[in-house]
Design a protein around this ligand. Structure first.
Ligand SMILES: NC(=O)c1ccc[n+]([C@@H]2O[C@H](COP(=O)([O-])OP(=O)(O)OC[C@H]3O[C@@H](n4cnc5c(N)ncnc54)[C@H](OP(=O)(O)O)[C@@H]3O)[C@@H](O)[C@H]2O)c1
Length: 184
């Protein structure tokens, strides 16, 4: 059964981006060759991307997964512009719809393969809608001190996760968890 995966790099102190959306550390860390990232790219049929993640992607232009993923992608954005998003020559689609609908659109495009969520805010929305199956975190050996938290919310309790695997890949430790059902 295809899954909805949240795949991200995280600093040891729990940030997915540093201050001012700083992302240099992500591109500088040695994540080893092949491994989980290559596995995820090959099992993924579509990406669901947050607008803020897309903005950073626009500035850096490495392409998703360094250009290794060239499949369909959807950018969640309120009041999107008329022109669609383009990353490394691949044209995506803006979506301004509730998260459940967005995930369904991405699943259709994925054609039976997994869907990967990029962006902490969008991932939290997926999780809170009980749509997220797994979290895959590459822990980078760095302390950022501040930035965009992996998971941030003040008004609800903790979310239970079940460990699936942990591996060392290059300088990173890759942690994979299944999400427990959030709502009763
Ligand atoms: N370390 C990593 O591997 C990694 C991976 C991905 C991203 N990042 C970093 O994380 C940061 C961005 O993450 P983030 O959590 O701040 O933001 P995000 O998840 O990328 O984007 C959140 C935005 O998506 C839009 N959105 C969410 N749900 C929507 C809906 N249902 N309909 C329409 N629009 C919707 C909203 O934008 P508007 O309301 O403004 O339109 C919202 O503010 C960036 O610095 C990025 O580089 C790091």
């Amino acid at each position: 059964m295809e899954k909805l995966l949240w795949h991200t790099m995280m600093s040891l102190d729990g940030f997915v981006a540093g201050p001012d959306d700083g992302m240099d550390w992500v591109f500088e860390v040695d994540g080893g060759s092949g491994g989980t990232a290559a596995e995820v790219v090959s099992s993924t049929g579509a990406l669901l991307v947050g607008r803020r993640t897309q903005d950073v992607e626009d500035r850096r232009q490495p392409g998703f997964y360094g250009g290794a993923f060239r499949g369909p992608f959807f950018v969640l954005r309120h009041d999107p512009p008329a022109d669609p998003p383009v990353v490394k020559g691949v044209t995506g689609r803006f979506l301004d719809v509730p998260i459940v609908e967005a995930v369904e659109i991405a699943r259709q495009a994925a054609g039976g393969a997994d869907v990967v969520v990029l962006g902490a805010n969008v991932a939290r929305r997926c999780l809170e809608a009980d749509l997220l199956d797994e979290v895959i975190v590459h822990v980078a050996p760095i302390l950022l001190g501040d930035g965009v938290r992996l998971f941030s919310r003040a008004d609800a309790g903790p979310v239970g996760l079940d460990p699936i695997a942990s591996t060392v890949e290059g300088e990173t430790t890759v942690l994979r968890y299944a999400v427990r059902v959030v709502s009763p």
